[in-house]
Design a protein around this ligand. Sequence first.
Ligand code: R1P
Ligand code: GUN
Length: 383
Amino acid sequence: MENSSPASNRCSYEDYEATADWLRSKTAQRPKVAIICGSGLGGLAELLHNKVVFPYKDIPLFPQTTVMGHQGQLVFGTLEGQQCVCMQGRFHTYEGYDLKQVTYPVRVFSLLGVKTLILTNASGGLNSSYKVGDIMLIKDQINLPGLVGNNPLCGPNEDRFGERFLCMSDAYDPDLIALAQQTAEEQGIEEFMQKGVYCMVSGPTYESVTEGRALRTLGADTVGMSTALEVVVARHCGLRVLGFSLITNMVVTEYDSKQRANHAEVLETTRMRTQVLEGLVTKIVAKIRREVVPLLWSSGKTSRPLSPNRTTQSDYGTHFGLRRDVVPLLWSYRKTSRPLAPNRTTQSDYGTHFGLRRDVVPLLWSYRKTSRPLAPNRTIQSD
Ligand SMILES: O=P(O)(O)O[C@H]1O[C@H](CO)[C@@H](O)[C@H]1O
Ligand SMILES: Nc1nc2[nH]cnc2c(=O)[nH]1
């Protein structure tokens, strides 16, 4: 297959599938988290273990990066035990790519089975209380190109990815934001953490003084030339999104200022903070990996013993301490009263025996295909 990136009207579902199939055929890794690295922030990919690296030029239908500070390769590997795929270099409309090409990797990630997208970017600070080197957790965005017709979802809707009209008021996942804030506190880096609104402009020009002032008036805390389009497409295909904006320079908003925005300064600042951001993202990825367990159990440390007279499936769900709202998602059929067969004694038996959906069982048990019999004295949840 050709390596040249698709013309916009050729970004069909089959194109995305072809790229995803090619990647699947080249690596056995099945990432659940994708990370898009901003200008000068690609070092994160170096932290992955068991790396499998694909230069963009080798990936069928993938665009190529042309910007300094964007390496141009896709790196698969594990971070804190979590399988991840990292984009060392992203695509921007100012490079000449159209909206579908800029967002092409995101749909490929979705087809690969990615569930969470973490984005980083370099940006200009608009909020006067921010300082160069601050890291802003993105709570919302202004997709300025999108507001005037340049939205990557324009054109026929691809129902296999998502619905026609997409809600964007919850684009940045509140739980992930809370997780990131908590992690930043644990890392002792709250002093340069901010939370605010990122505005995307098309670039490649930096803002004039009046443009900077206008964006601030609109409610933007930082401005850059990326991210918003990727987030729109990620939300369209149901990915959870977390975004970080590193303030690499302050936008000039005084007419008599002698400061001049430039890409060298942008890259210089990323060098100063890259390790901190990498450490933060690494810890968050570790927590995302672990979060499935506390989500399922209503209280992790209960020692309530199993009462022997609970014999129906629905009893067993909540009896084990599974959250009531989670139980119906797990059971393959609800309200059954099928009694428990007494001869089922292994973990995997127990999963499906209880009526847990077969695809859910391996996610719940920490190890698969075990036939280790349940020790008779294990009777509490934490066990
Ligand atoms: O958004 P990322 O890719 O981090 O890069 C930012 O830095 C570049 C300008 O210096 C622009 O590409 C801007 O968007
Ligand atoms: N638009 C824009 N993008 C940036 N990326 C890094 N700094 C800036 C900036 O000041 N403005």
